[in-house]
Structures are given as structure tokens and as C-alpha cells.
Design a protein around this ligand. Structure first.
Ligand code: VGL
Ligand code: ZN
Length: 220
């Protein structure tokens, strides 16, 4: 049987975009970018591919916010539990306008949230803490998905962490670089290299993926 594709669109939320003057707007996140993500996602959906969305979803006092650490400024790092933690401007606060997912929410079968606990930061939407799974794995399984296509924001944080966890869990994982944006362009490039090295397939444009899926449909 043909292995089934699924798409995961990572954190296309106002606070990560220049378009919506987000508090953590990443380079290259204008309205055109968001529209290109929406157009590609609709094309996948029209090819019959199930789509999941994700949403960074913080409490107002989240541990990753610089404002939660007196004297610290955004983009500084601190050590928490022996690990380095980047500090961010407050962003994607539960229930605020700029925490909304900007592309048509009807495209999604479900939206998986993460980092809701004020005391823990988490970039993966597949699992958190010491390997506790989110609902993502179950949703992929009940839909028969074995091959995942991933894109969104931020390349070196949530896209990286989620794709590496998917890969480790046995999913064939493809990242569409042209639909990803990073907090730092250099760090994003390094993260993409790491993902490639570990076995993630990195492709440039959605068109390559759409061509491949169409080919599979014709070959069936
Ligand atoms: C993200 C930084 C802070 C992400 C979330 O979605 O990659 N990055 N919170
Ligand atoms: Zn966050």
C-alpha cells in the first residue's frame, strides 16, 4: 500500500510575523510569506493530504519570557536545569490576537498547542518534558500518516525540534525550506544542515513536493 502523506504547518502566528508587527517577528515574515504558506497548504489539502497546524501557546508569565526574569533582556540566555534557555519578548500569549494562527483555520484537521505550562519551555510539538507525547503521534496514526511534510516558523526552534522528534519516532520527514523562516538566518541554515545530516529530507519549494505527490497519484 502507498504510504500516506501528512502536512504539519508550524506556528504561523501573528507574533512571529512582521505582517502583524509581532513581538517576535522573524526575518522574511511579511504578508506575502504568510499567503505563500496558505496557498501551498491549500494545494496539499486539495490533493487529499491531511493538514495539522501548531500553535505556540504561552501563559503571560511563561519561563521563556525575559520579563519573567528581572534584569534579563530578550535574546539573552539563562541556565535552567543545567541547560541553556533563550529568553524571548513575551509572545503568543494564550487568547491574544497575535497568538492566532494566521492561515485559514478550516484547512486544519487539528491544531496542536505546546509550551502551555508556565514553568517549562518546549519547542517540539511531538513531545515535551521527559518524552511525554502530545496528541500529535496519535493524530498522525489514526489518519494513517507515515510521511510528514513540515514547514513554518521558526526553522531552528520549533521546526527543527519537531522534525527531529518525528524522524526519531520513525516518520519519513521532509522539510520545505522555502516555506520556513528562522529567528536568525545563520542559525536557521545551521539547523537545516543538522536536520539533513540526521536524515530529514530538506527540499526547496512546495512545487517539488506537489509534483511528487501528483506523480504518486498518477502511478497508482
Ligand atoms: C518558537 C521561539 C519561541 C518557535 C516559539 O515557534 O519556533 N521560537 N517560541
Ligand atoms: Zn514561544
Amino acid at each position: 500500500m502507498l504510504k500516506k502523506w501528512g502536512v504539519i504547518v508550524i506556528d504561523i502566528q501573528g507574533d512571529f510575523t512582521k505582517w502583524k508587527q509581532g513581538s517576535l517577528a522573524v526575518p522574511g515574515s511579511d504578508e506575502n510569506y504568510v499567503k505563500s504558506v496558505e496557498v501551498a497548504t491549500r494545494q496539499f489539502k486539495e490533493l487529499g493530504v491531511p493538514i495539522l497546524g501548531t500553535q505556540d501557546w504561552h501563559s503571560p508569565d511563561h519561563i521563556s519570557f525575559a520579563t519573567s526574569h528581572p534584569g534579563k533582556r530578550p535574546f539573552e540566555t539563562i541556565i535552567i536545569d543545567g541547560g541553556t534557555q533563550a529568553l524571548w519578548p513575551p509572545h503568543c500569549i494564550q487568547g491574544t490576537e497575535n497568538a492566532r494562527v494566521l492561515i485559514d483555520n478550516n484547512l486544519f484537521l487539528a491544531i496542536v498547542k505546546n509550551a502551555q505550562d508556565p514553568d517549562f519551555e518546549n519547542y517540539s510539538f511531538f513531545q515535551y518534558g521527559k518524552g511525554t507525547k502530545t496528541e500529535m503521534d496519535t493524530i498522525l496514526r489514526i489518519n494513517g500518516i507515515e510521511k510528514v511534510i513540515l514547514y513554518g516558523i521558526a526553522t531552528e526552534y520549533c521546526v527543527r525540534a519537531t522534525s527531529l522528534d518525528l524522524l526519531a519516532a520513525g516518520y519519513k520527514t521532509t522539510v520545505i525550506e522555502g516555506l520556513c523562516r528562522g529567528v536568525s538566518t545563520d542559525a536557521a541554515a545551521t539547523a537545516l544542515d543538522e536536520m539533513r545530516c540526521k536524515g530529514v529530507r530538506v527540499i526547496t519549494t512546495p512545487e517539488e513536493m506537489i509534483k511528487e505527490i501528483l506523480q504518486e497519484i498518477f502511478d497508482k
